[in-house]
Design a protein around this ligand. Sequence first.
Ligand code: HEM
Ligand code: HEM
Length: 220
Amino acid sequence: MTDISGEAPAPRSGVGQGRVRVWDPLLRIFHWGLVAAFAVAWLSAEDMQPVHELAGYTIAGLIAFRLVWGLVGSRYARFAQFLRGPRAALGYLGDMARGQERRYLGHNPAGAAMIVALLLALSGTAFTGWLMEEPERVAMLPDLPRIVAPAHADADGEYGEVGEGGEVLEEAHEVLANMTLLLIALHLAGVVLASVRHHENLARAMITGKKRSPGSGDIA
Ligand code: HEM
Ligand code: HEM
């Protein structure tokens, strides 16, 4: 069998005997850093603005890192290894409903779709937060003012008070933040469900980086 980790090859028989490195250290730091930064952003929203913004920018930085790491990172961190179309994700959910889904050593197709959704929702939240900080930032965008702040440009096309356009942005920021929270709840449900179904603690694997070596029928 191919050595997937750079470590000693896993035993072929006796599923559960060997463990292999799946998540590299930077990916794990990214994950838990994201969890911490999101918690801080959430808890500091509304009354600790500087902390809130710092946490938001930290999230944006972590996402930027993840995009690069998805291209040049270790095997299971690469987008090409786990990104599949919506059909694969739906097919996997169907298999799950029938209790027939296979075990993936890396991200399964439904988990992969969730990663995309989480990264998009987090980016949108951070971006709208950044935009509403300064009305001029909205004005810098060629198309957005017409959508979010048309009533606000004065005769010179200047944006004064955050006002109505700002309120739309604030609303968008809040909706995106709440959507992210909902996705996180689904993400956690998926992690628990997959952990139960495949008899392994996936949260621990995101700490240690190691998972049970693939058995026959698993997808490595
Ligand atoms: C304590 C709460 C959490 C636990 C236990 C947890 C656990 C996990 C696990 C086990 C995976 C790997 C899934 C797999 O095996 O395919 C994962 C991936 C991921 N989680 Fe979480 N998660 C938590 C909270 C969060 C939060 C709050 C966010 C977003 C703010 C998040 C974003 C992600 C992302 C983006 C990935 C993909 C990792 C990658 O880049 O490859 N998670 N999480
Ligand atoms: C992904 C990261 C972020 C999350 C999860 C997040 C979440 C939130 C939440 C839940 C609120 C409260 C909305 C409400 O109930 O009114 C909020 C408000 C706000 N956020 Fe963010 N935010 C993030 C990033 C940012 C960034 C990067 C900035 C600016 C640089 C920012 C600026 C603001 C501002 C100005 C408010 C309005 C505070 C107020 O007047 O009540 N946010 N954010």
